[in-house]
Design a protein around this ligand. Structure first.
Ligand SMILES: [Mg+2]
Length: 348
């Protein structure tokens, strides 16, 4: 099948659009929902610049993406270059990104990634550099891994694991990355429902928890259940978001921000823009929650679900992101996997 002919390509491109849109939309949000609500006078309903006193994103203009999308594209480019996901490729992508942005002095490098990159640069064994990585850096950049596994949850889990190894080699971090990758793999299957996406995410999280070094932390799968229950409860949206903030949490810790992203996704019924609005209002590590929720939503709904003006803005403000080239490269790998699975008599 040609790239131009398929529906799959529109969903893959939608996943990349979602990653960037959710990241940029929620970028200006503050640490607590009350502060975000007060400073922006209600919902963040468009791309906005970061407030001057923003603790991490001060100086970023409206529509600017952050580390989540920068790293997701770096990982995607390594996967395309190598023709597959490898831990070496993931390490190369992350170290390259870190050097490009001047990571030693950049405020938005996460703690696990910073520690791992510094060790990798000193020639440490990449099986060890992610030994204590338990934050959400691997989950926030994992979308491309899900995008090359249409309908194949266990394939997405295996490759998400490889991508986590250099920086986030703990069972808890792998579990969170697998939840996102598994959800995206499910969302690429024609006719998949939102409920099936959530169930796939939970199954993938449980599979991921069996991999890597044991580390402390609540079950990602069980906390997705909690976030989805809150999302599905009655009450005004802001009340439910505050429940997610208080009971699930929105910090860098995996069992908070990853489940929170699924709560936002369900509250928005899988709509990419509404997921971004809710992620921004939710606050905390909002850009990462927005990136994860919207990558899943965008994959599910496809590129047509986005306002062309928003896409134009994302392309203008982030000219280094090669949406079309990366989507086409990932599509080729996804199509190869589908062909291989069909030849084996698996998923057609
Ligand atoms: Mg970020």
């Amino acid at each position: 099948m040609n790239y131009e002919d398929g529906l799959l390509n529109r969903n893959i491109l939608g996943g990349l659009y979602g990653q960037a849109l959710g990241d940029a939309w929620a970028m200006p949000a503050l640490v607590h929902p009350d502060d975000t609500w007060q400073v922006f006078g209600g919902w963040i309903s468009d791309f906005l610049p970061a407030p001057d006193d923003h603790p991490v994103h001060s100086g970023l203009p409206a529509g600017r993406i952050t580390d989540d999308t920068e790293q997701a594209f770096a990982l995607a480019e390594a996967i395309i270059q190598d023709g597959k996901v490898t831990s070496e490729g993931a390490a190369r992508a992350i170290v390259g990104w870190y050097d490009r942005i001047g990571g030693d002095t950049c405020p938005y490098v996460g703690p696990s990634t910073r520690r791992a990159v510094q060790a990798l640069r000193h020639g440490a064994d990449l099986q060890q550099t992610g030994r204590f990585g338990d934050t959400n850096g691997a989950a926030m950049r994992i979308a491309p891994v899900g995008l090359i596994h249409p309908g194949d949850i266990s394939g997405a889990v295996q490759d998400a694991y490889l991508a986590c190894v250099p920086t986030h080699h703990t069972d808890i971090a792998i579990s969170g990355a697998c939840a996102v990758a598994g959800a995206i793999a499910a969302a690429l299957q024609p006719g998949c429902t939102l409920n099936e996406i959530i169930l796939s995410a939970q199954a993938a999280a449980d599979m991921g928890r069996q991999l890597g070094y044991r580390w402390m932390g609540a079950s990602v799968s069980r906390r997705i259940e909690l976030a989805v229950d809150i999302a599905d409860s009655s009450g005004p949206p802001m009340e439910r978001l505050k429940e997610i903030y208080d009971r699930v949490g929105t910090s860098l810790f995996i069992p908070e921000s990853v489940p929170a992203a699924f709560g936002v996704l369900v509250m928005a019924q899988g709509d990419p823009k509404q997921s971004a609005i809710y992620a921004a209002a939710l606050s905390g590590d909002a850009d990462t929650i927005g990136a994860m929720a919207c990558a899943i939503a965008g994959t599910w709904k496809g590129a047509e679900a986005f306002d062309p003006l928003h896409i134009q803005r994302l392309r203008q403000v982030n000219p280094e992101l090669d949406f079309d080239g990366v989507a086409q490269g990932l599509w080729r790998l996804a199509q190869n996997r589908l062909d291989a699975l069909a030849a084996e008599g698996g998923v057609a």
